[in-house]
Design a binder for this molecule. Structure first.
Ligand SMILES: *[C@@H]1O[C@H](CO)[C@@H](O)[C@H](O)[C@H]1NC(C)=O
Ligand SMILES: *[C@@H]1O[C@H](CO)[C@@H](O)[C@H](O)[C@H]1NC(C)=O
Ligand SMILES: *[C@@H]1O[C@H](CO)[C@@H](O)[C@H](O)[C@H]1NC(C)=O
Length: 171
């Protein structure tokens, strides 16, 4: 009995020492990683521009659409409080894909401050904007990409931009 009591006392004091030595923060206690104070990241957004129904190079039968190269895409961000504006352009490649990588000027903006536009089709025969119609697309977060030792990029998707011909006979 005395032996067990002494064992318990030793255990209890060990627990006390450990508890005092290291009081974990609530986040640590729940096993969550601690975000660095002042996390800065740049904004990048990707998307794809299509022509519905016309059969150009790279035509995808399942979508009945062809990718549109050389389409200019615009990332535009605007802050309500100070009116600060950011505009960055890039163009689509042969697969209709664009990637707009903004620099450090994008760090003060939140994704909801930003929209992506493909103002005009690069192809005269396929110029009617179908998706999104006029308002542009919002940014949906995809992943963080470490670009360099001191640049973390938040990579968003603007989705698909689809144009259609006025007259399918004149694609
Ligand atoms: C974050 O960016 C701001 C503005 O560019 C800069 O002043 C600040 O030092 C940066 N913080 C970190 C942790 O890089
Ligand atoms: C434009 O797109 C190319 C190819 O994806 C990319 O390497 C480049 O960083 C982009 N430039 C800007 C300003 O986003
Ligand atoms: C774009 O279209 C392709 C093919 O229909 C589809 O798989 C993909 O999910 C679409 N992307 C978005 C963001 O809607």
């Amino acid at each position: 009995m005395a032996c067990l009591a002494r064992f318990l006392v030793v255990c209890l004091s060990l627990v006390m020492i450990l508890a005092v030595a290291r009081l974990p923060s609530p986040a640590e206690a729940m096993g969550l990683p601690q975000p660095p104070p002042n996390l800065n990241f740049t904004i990048a957004v990707e998307g794809v521009v299509w022509c519905n129904t016309c059969r150009y190079a790279g035509y995808v039968k399942s979508m009945d659409s062809s990718p549109l190269p050389n389409a200019a895409a615009l990332l535009q961000c605007r802050r309500g409080d100070d009116g600060r504006v950011l505009s960055v352009w890039n163009t689509t490649d042969a697969d209709g894909y664009f990637l707009i990588q903004a620099d450090w000027q994008s760090t003060p903006f939140k994704s909801k401050d930003c929209m992506v536009f493909v103002p005009v089709s690069p192809v005269r025969g396929c110029s009617v904007a179908v998706i999104p119609r006029r308002k542009g697309a919002t940014l949906k977060f995809r992943r963080f990409v470490p670009v360099s030792r001191d640049e973390l990029q938040a990579r968003y998707s603007a989705g698909n931009f689809t144009f259609a011909p006025k007259d399918p006979a004149k694609c």
